[in-house]
Design a protein around this ligand. Structure first.
Ligand SMILES: Cc1ncc(COP(=O)(O)O)c(C=O)c1O
Length: 433
C-alpha cells in the first residue's frame, strides 16, 4: 500500500492520541537502516525509542524467535513454566548481582515493570510513600503516569493521580531548580531529602521507595553527577527505603555499561528494565534482591502474557549478542564520537545550550540563544523534521520538548554514523542561515 493511502487509513481508523512526530511508514529494517514503503532509506538515530540496541531485526534474534514460535507460543507462566523465562531470569540475576542474591520476574512493558517495582517495594516495606523526580518519565498507566513529570500531554486531563507520590527536583545541573552550581552545590538536591523532605513533606517512616532513572530519558537526556545515585542509595539504606532504579531506557549497554547505575553504585535494590531487553518484542523485567522479591506472597505478582516464551527467547539471544559483540565497548566508542561532534556543533551554533550524554545516550538542548537559554521547541521540531526529509530519523525529548536525542542502534557502522551526523550538521547550518 502507498504511503499516503496508509497515512489516510491510519487517520480514519486509529485514534489521533496515538500520534507520530514524523510521517514515517516503515517497510523493512536491518541494523541501523530503515526503508520506507516508497523505498526511501533512512539512518535510524531513534532505535524505536531505545529498543533496538542490538539493531533492527538481527539474524540471531529473528532465528531465536522463529525457533521458539515453532515450539509453543504461550502457556502462561502461572500455569506451566518454561525454560526461556527461567534461563533469562538467571541471566539477569547474574548480570545484576554483585554480592546479594537476586531474583527476576518478567512483564510486558516498561510501565508494567515500574508498576511492579513499586508494588513489590510497598509490600516489602509496608510503607506507601514514593519519591519521584521532576522530568521523570515512567510510563502511561495510572501509577506510572503519577510518577511521570511532564504534564502536557502525558498527564493533563487524566487525573486524579495516585496519592502518596512526592515529586522533588532531579540533579538537572543545566537548569538547577535551586539555582546552584555543581560541584559547589555538593549535590544539595539529594541532601534535600534528608535535610528537609522528611520533615516538611513526608516522614521517612512512610516512604517505601525512591524511583529514579540513572539518566533521565524522555525528560531530556539529563545526566546527573556520578555521586548522585550513591547519595540516594545512602538515604535509602539509612531509612529503610527501597531504591527502584528505572533502566527501561538506559539499560543493556546503551550508556557504555550494561546498566547506567554501574557508574555509581554496586547493586540496586530493585532494577526495572524493558525496551532493548528483547529487541522489539514486548518484555519488561523486575530484578531485585531476593529478600525483597520473595517478600510477596505466592500469586501476588504475575500476569497472563507476562514473560511470554517468544519474548524471553528473543531476550536470551539479545543477551548473547550484547556480550559477543561487546556492545558496551561499542557504545563508548559511539558516545565519544557523538559527544565530540555535538560539542563542535555547540561551538558553532549558539542555539545549542547544552550538550550531555553517557555512552551512546546523547542529547543537545536547543535554546533561543546560549546567553538566553529559553527552551526552543519550535527550532528543535524543525531540525528533526528537516533531518527526516534528508534521510535521518531523530527524536526530541525534554520537559520543554527542546532536546534532540540520539539513541542509535549500537550495531551502527562508522560510515552510517558519520553520514547521520553530517545530515544533522547540514540541517543545523541551514537553520542559522
Ligand atoms: C525510563 C522509562 N521508564 C518507563 C518507560 C515506559 O515504558 P513502556 O513504554 O514500555 O511502558 C519508558 C518509556 O519510554 C522509559 O523511558
Amino acid at each position: 500500500m502507498k504511503k499516503e493511502e496508509l497515512l489516510k487509513m491510519k487517520q480514519d481508523h486509529v485514534p489521533k492520541g496515538v500520534s507520530q512526530a514524523l510521517p514515517a511508514v516503515i517497510a523493512e529494517a536491518k541494523g541501523a537502516m530503515v526503508r520506507d514503503v516508497e523505498g526511501k532509506e533512512f539512518i535510524d538515530f531513534s532505535g524505536g525509542i531505545g529498543v533496538l540496541n542490538v539493531g533492527h531485526s538481527p539474524d540471531e534474534v529473528v532465528k531465536a524467535i522463529r525457533d521458539q514460535a515453532g515450539k509453543y507460543l504461550h502457556s502462561c507462566f502461572m500455569v506451566q513454566i518454561y525454560e526461556p523465562y527461567i534461563a533469562l531470569a538467571k541471566e539477569m540475576n547474574e548480570l545484576v548481582s554483585r554480592k546479594t542474591p537476586m531474583k527476576t520476574m518478567f512483564v510486558n512493558s516498561g510501565a508494567e515493570a515500574v508498576e511492579n517495582g513499586v508494588k513489590i517495594a510497598r509490600y516489602y516495606t509496608k510503607k506507601p510513600g514514593i519519591i519521584c523526580f521532576e522530568n521523570a518519565f515512567h510510563g502511561r498507566t495510572a501509577m506510572t503516569m503519577s510518577l511521570t513529570s511532564k504534564v502536557k500531554y502525558y498527564k493533563f486531563g487524566y487525573g486524579p493521580f495516585m496519592p502518596e507520590v512526592y515529586r522533588i527536583p532531579y540533579a538537572y545541573c543545566y537548569r538547577c531548580s535551586y539555582g546552584l552550581k555543581y560541584p559547589s552545590c555538593n549535590i544539595y538536591c539529594a541532601d534535600f531529602i534528608q535535610e528537609k523532605f522528611f520533615d516538611l513533606y513526608a516522614a521517612a517512616e512512610s516512604i517505601g521507595a525512591i524511583v529514579v532513572e540513572p539518566v533521565q530519558g524522555e525528560g531530556g537526556f539529563i545526566v546527573p553527577p556520578k555521586e548522585y545515585l550513591g547519595k540516594l542509595q545512602k538515604i535509602c539504606r539509612d531509612n529503610g527505603i527501597v531504591l527502584v532504579i528505572d533502566e527501561v531506557q538506559t539499560g543493556f549497554a546503551r550508556t557504555g555499561k550494561m546498566f547506567a547505575y554501574e557508574y555509581s553504585i554496586d547493586e540496586p535494590d530493585i532494577l526495572v528494565t524493558a525496551k532493548s531487553l528483547a529487541a522489539g518484542l514486548p518484555l519488561g523485567g523486575i530484578t531485585g534482591k531476593a529478600e525483597i522479591m520473595d517478600s510477596v506472597e505466592a500469586g501476588g505478582i504475575g500476569g497472563t502474557f507476562s514473560g511470554n516464551p517468544v519474548s524471553c527467547a528473543a531476550g536470551l539471544a539479545v543477551m548473547k549478542m550484547l556480550k559477543e559483540k561487546k556492545l558496551t565497548v561499542r557504545a563508548q566508542e559511539i558516545g565519544t564520537k557523538v559527544m565530540a561532534r555535538f560539542r563542535s556543533f555547540q561551538e558553532k551554533y549558539s542555539f545549542i545550550g547544552d550538550v550531555r550524554g553517557l555512552g551512546a545516550m546523547n542529547g543537545m538542548e536547543i535554546v533561543a540563544d546560549r546567553k538566553n537559554p529559553k527552551p526552543n521547541p519550535d527550532l528543535t521540531k524543525a531540525i528533526v523534521k528537516r533531518c527526516y526529509e534528508k534521510g535521518l530519523i531523530l527524536l526530541t525529548a525534554g520537559g520543554f520538548s527542546n532536546v534532540i536525542r540520539h539513541l542509535v542502534p549500537l550495531v551502527i557502522t562508522d560510515e552510517q554514523l558519520d553520514k547521520g551526523l553530517r545530515i544533522l550538521e547540514e540541517v543545523m547550518a541551514e537553520k542559522v542561515e
